[in-house]
Design a protein. Structure first.
Length: 304
């Protein structure tokens, strides 16, 4: 690239940043439409990102993805109070200052995901999510990031098996020969077995379909089918509920059995006759069976 070309690009960037700084502390709309479009006060302009104080949160936009910023000339003054925010020089450092906090990557669309930041590499960030477990996001493709209300299910958890690598390419190598999910949704989302190729490319094999991919173009990757983590969590919750129901039914059956024995010892003839009725015999058998089942389940769980 010629020096003249480099100078042109440098002047173009300077003009762009001067334009952004001129709108600082004014009401603007970032993006004119779509899920990323938000209106608020432009509170910070950094080397590769801007901060927008929206009505309920601060959104940090990575500048290389921003298509438009429009000033609201009808509402040039604002009463929106600026919240405290990290003082980071670039987008990567900003993510680092949000580590171990609940955040949202992207404000909408298929790649929007909420979770807790658990790891930051040189070119990717790992997010522990409620639906897909740990998802590894290519920082280059993250359009925006904002703080989010903590999810109590994952807030205090330390996920096991987080791939703490420096580069996303190393994450890919660790996930070879495993079932992975590429991207969160949309036409570019695929699932299958990840196979490493010698030239730095990878292939995804699913049934009779073979797709060739390059890590740089991948927005996110996670281990297992999409939604599998949430399904497993729901399965465990249902199993726990079933066990609680068994415990409750066993307790009720035990009380019923004791009540029947007490009725048998009653001096009243009517109660005595009632306790000797055919229903009494079946109740005893039923209670005994449920007791045996509960004991068996307990033994099986203990062995496991």
């Amino acid at each position: 690239m010629s020096k003249r070309r480099m100078k042109y690009h440098s002047n173009d960037e300077i003009s762009y940043y001067n334009f952004l700084h001129s709108m600082k502390d004014k009401i603007v709309t970032v993006y004119r439409g779509g899920p990323e479009s938000k209106k608020g006060k432009l509170t910070a302009v950094k080397s590769d990102y801007i901060a927008l104080q929206a009505e309920k949160k601060i959104i940090y936009y990575q500048l290389e993805h921003v298509k438009s910023i429009t000033e609201d000339t009808n509402n040039s003054t604002t009463t929106i109070e600026t919240e405290e925010m990290p003082d980071a020089d670039d987008f990567h450092s900003l993510i680092g200052q949000l580590m171990n906090q609940s955040v949202q990557f992207n404000q909408g669309g298929p790649e929007s995901k909420k979770g807790r930041l658990v790891w930051l590499g040189d070119d990717y960030a790992a997010l522990n999510t409620n639906e897909d477990g740990v998802v590894y996001f290519n920082i280059h493709h993250i359009k925006s990031i904002s703080k989010h209300e903590p999810d109590l299910k994952i807030e205090g958890q330390t996920p096991s098996g987080v791939l703490e690598a420096d580069y996303l390419s190393e994450v890919f190598k660790s996930l070879t020969h495993k079932w992975v999910s590429i991207n969160r949704g949309g036409p570019e989302a695929i699932e299958g077995i990840l196979v490493d190729n010698a030239d730095g490319h990878y292939t995804i094999v699913k049934n009779q379909e073979v797709l060739r991919i390059y890590p740089f173009h991948i927005k996110s990757i996670s281990l297992g089918p999409k939604g599998s983590y949430k399904k497993e969590d729901q399965k465990n919750e249902q199993s726990q509920e079933d066990n609680n129901d068994k415990d409750s039914n066993s307790f009720i059956s035990s009380k019923s059995y004791s009540s029947s024995k007490s009725s048998k010892r009653s001096p009243r003839s009517s109660d005595y006759q009632s306790s000797r009725s055919p229903g009494y015999s079946s109740s005893i058998k039923k209670s005994g069976k449920q007791k045996d089942d509960y004991s068996y389940e307990t033994i099986v769980r203990t062995i496991d």
